[in-house]
Design a protein around this ligand. Structure first.
Ligand code: UGA
Ligand code: MN
Length: 244
């Protein structure tokens, strides 16, 4: 199946470095279609050139987060939802350009700053409806993970340091959804109306139940994705003519 990797991205000093890392990971993955959505009114040359250089199959889009929903420079990260507009545009693109029943694939939301093992994509390719796996360095733990029934192997709960009682206490990087479901449930989307930190849980609720989740990554015993975050660089001067 084709893996549709949806990545929101926004302009800042580390953007090119982040996108270089992600695109070079994806270059090691067979059958991937990268849907890269800039948080801007217009596509930028920086991202356009990076896409052209990548040799990947890419759909490059842009849509700006409304000013009143945008995180300020000094705001803490949790204050606003991130990537809502961009992920929704990518979902719209899938629904307008792919055919239910004909196009086969799996949809994965891939932040531009996480670290992804190539092994993760072999797991994503196995997803029948909704697949789940541990995510390293998130939710106040060394890793967030699923609790499995030792007899049935089914998901019975979540190990998270943050609101583990959510209907689905899973980070954006910890699940992938079959394209058939994405195309069939055309109303499923992200929203600013959701409580902070509940985007994943609310979105997954459109498609599945806890009992139906498919635990991957060796029954959730392996970590193949890390919620890394890049330090904001302390730039005190700018060298003219150098794109960083
Ligand atoms: C965590 C999750 O990993 C995100 O998937 C989720 O969207 C976010 O929480 C949330 O609750 O909204 P975190 O590391 O805190 O993410 O968020 P970022 O990595 O800063 O942003 C997530 C994605 O949105 C990134 O791909 C980033 O490039 C993009 N983004 C962020 C924008 O497009 N515009 C922005 O103004 C900020
Ligand atoms: Mn992040």
């Amino acid at each position: 199946p084709m893996i549709y990797a949806i990545t929101p991205t926004y302009s800042r000093y580390v953007q090119k470095a982040e996108l270089t890392r992600i695109s070079q990971t994806l270059a090691l993955v067979p059958n991937v279609h990268w849907i890269l959505v800039e948080d801007s009114d217009e596509k930028t040359d920086l991202v356009r050139n990076l896409v052209a250089d990548s040799n990947l199959l890419v759909t490059h889009l842009s849509i700006k987060t409304p000013v009143y929903e945008k995180l300020g420079d000094e705001d803490p990260r949790w204050l606003k939802h991130r990537g809502v507009e961009q992920r929704n545009l990518a979902l719209k693109w899938l629904r307008e350009n792919l055919q239910h029943g004909k196009d086969k694939g799996v949809v994965y939301f891939m932040d531009d700053d996480n670290t992804y093992s190539v092994k993760l994509f072999k797991e994503i390719a196995k997803v029948k409806k909704v697949g789940v796996w541990p995510v390293g360095l998130v939710g106040g733990l060394n890793a967030e993970t699923l609790i499995l029934d030792p007899n049935t192997g089914k998901v019975t709960g979540y190990r998270s340091g943050w609101k583990a009682d959510r209907k689905f206490a899973i980070d954006m990087a910890g699940f992938a959804i079959n394209l058939d479901l994405i195309l069939a449930k055309s109303q499923a989307a992200f929203s600013y109306r959701m409580e902070k930190g509940f985007q994943e849980s609310e979105f997954l609720s459109y498609f599945t139940t806890k009992e139906e989740l498919e635990p991957l990554a060796d029954n959730c015993t392996k970590v193949y994705v890390w919620h890394t975050r890049t330090e904001k660089p302390n730039v005190k001067g700018v060298v003219p003519g150098l794109e960083v």
